[in-house]
Design a protein around this ligand. Structure first.
Ligand SMILES: [Zn+2]
Length: 66
């Protein structure tokens, strides 16, 4: 492991059906917001938190990857 730690927060399900694994990290991941990779909708923002969150797409609509 390098670059700080990450903690699984839970899962985020977009309105389009995409499911993301949401993690909390102390290190800047990419940007301070994230858009759904499938539909482009803005997902959670975290402007008022002290850490960063990242989203990892784990399931696309209609495709079971778990
Ligand atoms: Zn979506």
């Amino acid at each position: 492991m390098s670059g700080g730690w990450r903690e699984l927060i839970g899962h985020y399900k977009c309105g389009c059906g995409a499911i993301y694994r949401k993690t909390f990290t102390t290190t800047p991941f990419d940007t301070d917001d994230a858009d759904c990779e499938v539909c482009g909708k803005r997902m959670d923002g975290w402007y008022n938190t002290t850490g960063f969150r990242s989203f990892e797409l784990i399931s696309r609509p209609g495709v079971q990857t778990l």
